[in-house]
Design a protein around this ligand. Structure first.
Ligand SMILES: Cc1cc2nc3c(=O)[nH]c(=O)nc-3n(C[C@H](O)[C@H](O)[C@H](O)COP(=O)(O)OP(=O)(O)OC[C@H]3O[C@@H](n4cnc5c(N)ncnc54)[C@H](O)[C@@H]3O)c2cc1C
Length: 475
């Protein structure tokens, strides 16, 4: 790995078939205070030298964003590290780009990242398999092929799985047919993202349909935590803008299990203003997609709500929970499935009551099995199911693992940092950054405004930064 990050980026832009020419990229870096400031800080804060002389076998499960970042940081921090990574996939996907593929701004090929560039098999043992069983009481995992692997420290970085099957009447094969799409659908083991390409076709089919009538379009958001909580709305605004550019429109319904568009009041208010700029979006809350009739194009939601009811016998008012069925017709639907950790984690003793990895929200150390740590989406913490959060988990995780190996208490604290770049139209992003305490913008710009600079940053700079700075643990 070269030391000069600007040189890395220049070479990357030169050699890449992505949308930005080297001239444009340099121009952008020159005019962008954000890129300049991010790169300036990263050139001076490379990862620590391999100075930590700690003993023990570390096993990392998962070769996506979090697993690779953890591997890079641990290998470059510990002298003579003993690390095994269990990851079946040679390629992993830069998943934030799936939204850009869905909107026709990137190709799936642009998202593929070769894990061989980060897993140095002279220094690290790479088991190309999946963990089938976590046996935390005996400090071991068992792979699908039946291999038992012991550890002193375990890092769980196995991400999230989608549950399309929990929507009655829907099969994954329906996505890309009958007006149904889902930008999320991917196979992370194979490195394919069929949902993203299906979504770009869906954008075009929707536009075609809008030329003769106003189609009914539904966008859903489930009642579980999801990765990139902003993605359901990104697809709404981008597809609405895609039509608007040709003077077309539809009847858009954003139907969400949440109680608001966004949990930060300033962002929530700004998103309502974004919606009023489109003709015409209706938002419905506390509605969870329960089933779908693919052929008849009907979606059934459960509307869960509470209401005060007067009890005449008791002569008092009480709060009663209701769950009504709401059936909606549609021509097109974008579905975001319920999500959970992968089965092997869910079946293990490592989970909390909600079914996620039971780590402390500040130290990322398991609450009961102290030699187990988490990074990325699998963590059962209130925030942080984004790649940007996994980047912030990285240094915290490594510091606390080193402390554990030195038999000290963990000291490093994750503050809940989460970044949500909400694409409000082509060329504009509202960058919502927050932590456990509230808004946490990295730069002194209001977080409730859509800006071109964030779009350019996200579309052109983030993937090279992810590939050349984040994954090698250099930022
Ligand atoms: C459509 C979409 C848009 C997004 N937009 C953004 C965005 O704008 N900004 C942002 O910061 N983030 C965004 N994200 C989220 C971001 O991609 C994830 O938060 C990030 O990838 C999490 O990293 P991870 O390592 O936890 O999981 P992943 O990167 O998903 O990696 C998990 C890996 O573990 C592997 N695995 C699973 N089970 C096992 C097992 N049993 N054994 C071994 N390996 C296993 C999987 O195959 C996978 O390779 C988006 C995601 C999607 C899908």
């Amino acid at each position: 790995m070269k030391n000069n990050i600007f040189e890395d980026l220049k070479q990357k832009v030169d050699s890449d078939k992505s949308h930005m020419s080297r001239r444009d990229a340099l121009k952008f870096m020159g005019i962008s205070p954000i890129a300049a400031s991010v790169l300036a800080t990263t050139t001076t804060s490379s990862v620590a030298n391999a100075s930590e002389d700690v003993q023990g076998k570390i096993v990392i499960v998962g070769g996506g964003a979090g697993g690779i970042m953890a591997l890079s940081r641990l290998s470059s921090t510990i002298k003579n590290p003993d690390i095994t990574i269990i990851a079946p996939n040679e390629v992993h996907l830069y998943q934030p780009g799936q939204v850009f593929v869905g909107a026709g701004e990137m190709k799936v090929e642009d998202l593929k990242i070769d894990n061989n560039n980060y897993i140095d098999q002279d220094k690290v043992t790479w088991v190309k398999d999946e963990v089938a069983t976590f046996d935390a009481d005996n400090n071991l995992v068992v792979t699908r092929a039946g291999k038992e692997i012991k550890y002193d420290v375990l890092v769980v970085a196995s991400g999230i799985q989608y549950h399309y099957e929990q929507i009655k009447g829907l099969k994954e094969e329906d996505i890309g047919t009958n007006g149904i799409t889902s930008v999320y659908l991917s196979d992370l083991e194979k490195g394919t993202a069929v949902g993203a390409t299906a979504t770009w076709d869906w954008f075009n089919e929707l536009k075609e349909a809008a030329k003769t009538k106003k189609p009914k379009v539904i966008y859903t958001q489930p009642n579980t935590p999801i990765k990139c909580g902003g993605a359901p709305q990104k697809m709404l605004y981008l597809s609405a803008d895609f039509l608007k550019q040709d003077g077309l429109s539809a009847e858009y319904s954003f139907v969400s299990s949440k109680k608001e568009l966004f949990h930060l009041p300033e962002v929530d208010k700004a998103l309502h203003e974004v919606q009023s700029g489109y003709d015409k979006i209706t938002s419905m809350f506390k509605h969870h997609l329960n089933s779908i009739d693919v052929k008849a194009k009907k979606a059934t939601f459960i509307h869960a709500y509470e209401k005060e009811v007067y009890d005449e016998d008791m002569e008092e008012t009480e709060v009663v929970s209701f769950a009504d069925k709401v059936v909606m017709d549609y021509d097109f639907i974008h579905i975001v499935p319920p999500m959970s950790p992968v089965d092997s984690v869910v079946k293990s003793k490592l989970i909390n009551d909600a079914g996620w990895l039971d780590v402390d929200k500040n130290s990322l150390q398991h609450k009961r099995y102290k030699n187990v740590f988490g990074i990325g989406d699998v963590c059962g913490i209130p925030m942080g199911k984004t790649g940007g959060s996994a980047r912030h988990h990285g240094p915290i995780l490594v510091d606390n693992i080193i402390s554990f190996m030195k038999k000290e208490e963990p000291k490093a604290i994750f503050d809940g940092y989460t970044v949500c770049p909400i694409k409000t139209q082509y060329g504009k992003i509202m960058m919502a950054e927050f932590n456990y305490d509230g808004p946490a913008p990295s730069f002194p710009l209001a977080i409730d405004q859509s800006r071109w600079v964030w779009w350019a940053f996200d579309l052109y700079m983030l993937k090279p930064m992810y590939q050349y700075l984040m994954l090698p643990g250099r930022m």
